[in-house]
Design a protein around this ligand. Structure first.
Ligand code: IPE
Ligand code: IPE
Ligand code: MG
Length: 247
């Protein structure tokens, strides 16, 4: 029997889905087979997240640096993305999950862009459940894009740079409409951010698991959320203040 979901689930869980290549290599299979299995994990985790009451799920699916990979792997990943979007359209509608993207999606192949638009459009009226795919995403590029957009707004008189605060500046990030992640999970034993949501993770709890993404399942998500529940989030305050409330 699976353990019951925690009383207070994190609002937003972000996951660096890593280890597909190693999963395949360990089985003498091509890397793309690992990615294929990884797509099945995505379906499992989207379901499990909803069951646990996690309203925002962000998945790092393709980084701005992943273009460095062999052309065959990149096109294989784009093909899988296209397949995933076509397959999931009806499921997401049925489950009332809104699809969002973060990253420079304009550089993705046109067929993938079309599918993304189609699914985003068909799910845009849903509010409770949100699936965010990070595609051609890099936190440093995001910061540079935000700075450029902010500078344009200053020039147009819509912003006053003397009054710049994080609250105002962050409106120019890809994540403007999303809450900051409460929990970051990275699979496959790597302990780095790899250019993922660096500012938005300022106060996220981090859970690293050696499990490879294709092997990750509902129980692993439950375990990570359980670990999250045992952490004390202080946001710069003291334990005493957390327990008694601010004075
Ligand atoms: C994560 O798995 C998927 C993507 C980055 C697209 P990897 O392909 O990075 O798997 P490893 O790290 O080589 O095992
Ligand atoms: C991060 O994984 C990107 C995604 C999971 C999409 P990588 O496998 O690309 O990261 P590095 O290169 O090991 O840091
Ligand atoms: Mg990797």
């Amino acid at each position: 029997m699976s353990p019951p979901p925690p009383a207070q689930p994190p609002l937003h869980v972000a996951i660096i889905m890593d280890g597909n290549g190693r999963w395949a290599k360990a089985r003498g299979l091509p890397r793309l087979e690992g990615h294929r299995r990884g797509v099945e994990t995505v379906r499992t985790v989207v379901d499990a997240a909803r069951e646990l009451g996690i309203r925002y799920l962000t998945l790092y699916a393709f980084s701005a640096e992943n273009w460095k990979r062999p052309g065959e792997e990149v096109s294989g990943l784009m093909g899988l993305l296209d397949f995933f979007l076509k397959r999931e359209l009806n499921n997401l509608i049925k489950e009332k999950v809104r699809l969002h993207t973060i990253g420079r999606t304009e550089a993705l192949p046109p067929n993938v862009q079309r599918e993304l638009e189609r699914v985003k459009e068909a799910t845009k009226h849903f509010t409770e459940w949100n699936l965010v795919l990070a595609l051609n995403y890099g936190a440093q590029t995001e910061a540079a894009d935000a700075a450029r957009a902010y500078a344009v707004a200053v020039q147009a008189g819509r912003e006053n740079s003397d009054e710049a605060t994080w609250e105002k500046f962050s409106r120019y990030f890809y994540t403007a409409d999303l809450p900051d992640p409460d929990l970051l999970i990275r699979t496959s034993g790597e302990m780095r951010l790899s250019n993922f949501l660096m500012l938005q993770l300022a106060y996220a709890e981090m859970v690293f698991t050696p499990t490879l993404w294709p092997d990750f399942g509902r129980a692993d998500l439950v375990a990570a959320v359980g670990e999250f529940g045992r952490r004390e989030r202080r946001f710069g305050a003291t334990t005493e203040q957390i327990k008694t409330g601010p004075r």
